[in-house]
Design a protein around this ligand. Structure first.
Ligand code: TRP
Ligand code: SF4
Length: 406
């Protein structure tokens, strides 16, 4: 590990194990994760407890689904040497933090999470009248806060969950980060910000923020604290917390990193999604992939071969944008609008590209499919790393809450 590693910012995200992943999952999340693993200290986990919040009765496939997701991650290019992969239920500290956070979480906050009512509307066949379902955004908050990440890369649909996580962190810090001698400790810590001049600068910036709401001053003060050498982690938390009028930032607020998500249509033209039954699996049999593409929805106005089409109204075109080079895209645009090519012609190079990718995934997955011990080893190591980070946070949380023992 290079010394650089230490200063790398941390990113954390998770995925529910609902079965083998499809091309929508690949382009929507995994492409970003694979890229991020080289730039951040990444923690990625399989949220198996989350799967229980919307389906506690039939858990017969859960273990298989967990394995499938892990294999798909590896097939996509997540590398155990570059990121930490683990399974949520193997890190019981998440449950402890969830319990402790539940004590300070107003019920209304959970009832107001937009996915709460949405899911109850949409998943009418499930029993969502449970305590676990209401509480799952808080479980997600615990998943996140326990690793003190800088970023949480998620799609649009998860932004509200990161928002509530930030509110919970603020509430926690303002309740438990207030030490009796907090201000005195902050003044002492400020002295380490480059002597009297640094301490005075910090005080002036803090005043500019708290009294005039000067956001630039807040940003500068945060940078001053972040860059100060010779400041203990504890004092750093104090100075950051003091800036925003709270206590020590025991659980720092993470930022959302909105992942770039291209439109990935399924075979019926709607967004590719397991619930629509229109998916193409990352490791699906190539013959089946080719067949699905052959019958995939095209521009509905193009009924006969001689009718010109409109690529913008065709889901096949969305896929070309992901898989085809500029020359092929040009060929599609011209050929479609002039009826110079038929839809089967148009789908041919696309099918080749997708089949090539799926074969690639299948090849990379093979060694893991053959060797369950290899998979177990990856999540065991990842779990150890995750637990070390999670226990360090929990030690602080327990002590701040008076739970550190006699
Ligand atoms: N709720 C997320 C989903 O349904 C999965 C998830 C659980 C998660 N815990 C998380 C995502 C923590 C990011 C961070 O997709
Ligand atoms: Fe769609 Fe291609 Fe057919 Fe045009 S030619 S309608 S882009 S499949």
């Amino acid at each position: 590990m290079s010394g650089n590693q230490e200063h790398q910012r941390r990113a954390l995200s998770g995925m529910r194990p609902t079965g083998p992943l499809h091309l929508g999952n690949f382009h929507g999340a995994l492409v970003n994760w694979v890229e991020m693993q080289h730039h951040y200290d990444c923690f990625f986990f399989i949220a198996d407890w989350h799967a229980l919040t919307t389906g506690y009765e039939d858990t017969g496939a859960l273990a298989t689904h967990t394995r499938e997701v892990l294999i798909d991650w590896l097939a996509a290019g997540l590398d155990p040497a570059a990121c930490t992969m683990f399974i949520q239920s193997r890190v019981p500290e998440h449950a402890e933090l969830h319990l402790l956070l539940s004590m300070i979480t107003p019920l209304g906050w959970l009832e107001r999470v937009p996915t709460y009512k949405d899911q109850i509307e949409q998943l009418k066949d499930r029993d969502l009248g449970t305590y676990g379902f209401l509480g799952y955004p808080l479980l997600q908050s615990a998943d996140i806060l326990i690793y003190r990440p800088d970023f949480v890369p998620v799609g649009e649909d998860q932004v509200a969950h990161v928002e509530i996580t930030r509110e919970i962190a603020r509430r926690f810090n303002s309740i438990y980060g207030r030490e009796a001698d907090f201000e005195a400790r902050c003044r002492a810590a400020a002295a380490a910000l480059g002597g009297e001049a640094g301490a005075a600068r910090y005080a002036a910036l803090r005043r500019a923020w708290t009294e005039q709401g000067d956001a630039a001053a807040l940003a500068e003060a945060r940078a001053l604290v972040a860059s100060a050498a010779g400041l203990s982690a504890l004092d750093r938390e104090r100075l950051l917390g003091f800036l925003v009028g709270g206590g020590r930032a025991i659980l720092p607020e993470p930022a959302v990193l909105l992942t770039r998500a291209p439109r990935v249509p399924g075979t019926d033209g709607r967004k590719m999604s397991k619930s629509y039954g229109n998916t193409i699996g990352m490791r699906e049999d190539p013959a089946s992939v080719a067949k699905k593409l052959r019958t995939m929805q095209t521009d509905p106005a193009r009924v006969r071969r001689s009718d010109p089409g409109e690529p913008e109204k065709c889901p096949v075109w969305d896929l070309h944008q992901l898989y085809s080079d500029a020359a092929t895209q040009e060929w599609v645009q011209t050929g479609c609008r002039s009826a110079g090519i038929g839809c089967l012609d148009c789908k041919k190079p696309l099918t080749e590209a997708i089949v090539r990718q799926v074969e690639d995934f299948r090849a990379r997955a093979r060694e893991f499919e053959r060797d369950p011990a290899l998979l177990q080893d990856i999540v065991a190591r990842g779990g150890d790393k995750a637990r070390a980070a999670a226990s360090a946070t929990m030690a602080e949380v327990r002590s701040a809450m008076g739970l550190a023992g006699p």
